[in-house]
Design a protein around this ligand. Structure first.
Ligand code: NAP
Length: 460
């Protein structure tokens, strides 16, 4: 894949970058390894100062950075600005809390004393997707840098200007050379890099295919990996839900980021008693969305991230309809230049229809009508993914009871799956393993070192 900016609103190539040579990569790895020897000894206060500075630079340059996001992958400009603020909050969060999260943990052995020390492990490689170009990097880089690891980031090939802008923020914040390094290489070369002895762990956010490739390499070379992969979140609507509010959240859950979020609400499952009311209102709201220029603050649905992404989802719709699915709304490209797809609703889905199990990464909702709560839970769990799930009900106890039966990493009651610095993020089943954000996210690439103090005459 070429490393280039293609504006999905116009499908025009804006800028192209050269891939880095093997020699350059080797040099950057050497630099990162050298940086690690001093960064691991640097105290938390110094590390925190740099991360806080990165956060404040992000806020200062919010408009410019958001414009880069919108230019490269088509996110609505207001959402792009929101992403910059969220990313800054993640840098601040780890800068403020890392020391407490990683403090020595005393143990109570039968005799003598012992404790666990959290130590950095070295260079960690991050392979990141284009859909949240700043936020994904923040949730990988901020905790690792506070641990004392150094990071190499292989960003998605279609957001090179965002990738460079993040590296520049570190330079401007006075970060030592080599603690944060951007790599311009293809995903395939990132997999091959895992074998390098200087790299001690790898974290990938992206598709299952990319995750499987990285995890296979990590397994072969016995390195720790974290995988944040796709999702097909169920959005369950029970008969006692507040339908008007639920429909509002259903629209946000499906079309936020122009439908391209791993934790987007993708499968809408309504119990019979309110199914008609829900689908009528949902369809009406989706069909009235203002589709257009993502730089225009009045636009509600922008283009997909690339022409290829639009072609892929139209193909999923076509294959599903050929196999028996019904289109309730949309189903085709929008009538304008750029990577646009109309808001779409599919129904009559069964396991043999592609849209039943495949992730629909765009403004395409699946709608299911079920007889009761029990059937809703079975259907929600009948997925190869296990990232998030939403349950809408006025009865919170009932919602919590259902949440307990859902096979997912995150369950939200009366809200689409969402994210913030102090809530753990991650999935189960085909959605990957490990967690990012919160205290859990900082503990992934850490040597939990036991230090035991014994008396010379203690028994064995
Ligand atoms: P992708 O094609 O898998 O790309 C993600 C990253 O992996 C890119 O940097 C890509 O590099 C790289 N890559 C591709 N093939 C690779 C390989 N064989 N080995 C190593 N790296 C490889 O995914 P995407 O289309 O950008 O992102 C969409 C997917 O990510 C969706 O499935 C979405 O649900 C998932 N996602 C998950 C989360 C989460 O937190 N669970 C968050 C966001 C997105 P190139 O750009 O050079 O191909």
């Amino acid at each position: 894949m070429a490393i280039q900016t293609v504006n999905p609103y116009t499908n025009k190539v804006e800028r192209t970058f050269d891939e880095m040579s093997e020699e350059t990569i080797d040099l950057l790895l050497t630099q990162s390894a050298k940086a690690f020897t001093s960064w691991k000894e640097t105290n938390y206060e110094v590390r925190a100062k740099i991360l806080h500075k990165v956060a404040s630079l992000m806020r200062e340059k919010k408009e410019h950075l958001a414009t880069l996001i919108t230019l490269e992958m088509g996110k609505l400009i207001a959402q792009a600005e929101g992403e910059i603020l969220l990313s800054a909050a993640i840098f601040d969060y780890y800068a403020t809390n890392a020391k407490a999260f990683l403090t020595d943990k005393p143990l109570k052995p039968e005799n003598g004393s012992a404790y666990i020390k959290s130590s950095p492990i070295g260079i960690i490689l991050g392979v990141e997707p284009w859909n949240f170009p700043f936020y994904q990097v923040a949730r990988f880089a901020a905790p690792n840098l506070m641990v004392g690891n150094t990071v190499l980031v292989n960003h998605a090939s279609m957001v090179p200007q965002c990738a460079l802008a993040i590296e520049e923020l570190f330079d401007e914040a006075g970060a030592p050379n080599g603690i944060y390094t951007n790599l311009f290489i293809s995903g395939k070369r990132a997999s091959a890099l895992v074998s390098d002895k200087r790299i001690k762990g790898v974290s990938l956010t992206g598709s299952e295919a990319a995750g499987a490739s990285i995890a296979a390499e990590a397994g072969r070379y016995l390195k720790k990996s974290v995988l944040e992969l796709g999702g097909s979140d169920a959005f369950i609507i029970l008969e006692d839900a507040d339908i008007d509010k639920t429909v509002e959240w259903a629209v946000v859950g499906r079309i936020n980021n122009n439908g391209q979020s791993c934790v987007a609400s993708k499968r809408f499952i309504a119990v019979e008693a309110i199914a008609d009311e829900f689908i009528e209102k949902f369809k009406e709201k989706l069909s009235n969305l203002v589709v257009g220029d993502p730089m225009d603050s009045k636009t509600e649905l922008g283009p997909m991230s690339s022409e290829e992404a639009a072609v892929t989802i139209i193909d999923q719709i076509r294959r599903s309809v050929d196999a028996g699915a019904t289109i309730l709304l949309g189903g085709t490209r929008a009538d304008m230049p750029g990577a646009f797809v109309q808001p779409t609703i599919l129904t009559d889905l069964k396991p043999e229809i592609p849209a039943y199990y495949e992730e629909l990464f765009g403004p395409v909702a699946s709608f299911y009508r079920v007889k009761d709560e029990e059937t809703a839970i079975i259907l929600a769990n009948d997925s190869d993914f296990g990232l998030g799930c939403s349950i809408f009900t006025k009865d919170i106890k009932r919602g919590e009871k259902i949440a307990n039966q859902i096979d997912a990493g995150m369950v939200f009651i009366n809200h689409p799956t969402w994210t913030q610095a102090d809530l753990p993020f991650g999935g189960t089943k085909g959605s990957g393993y490990g967690r990012e954000l919160s205290e859990l996210g900082i503990q992934e690439f850490v040597n939990k070192k036991l230090i035991r103090v014994s008396g010379l005459s203690d028994p064995l």
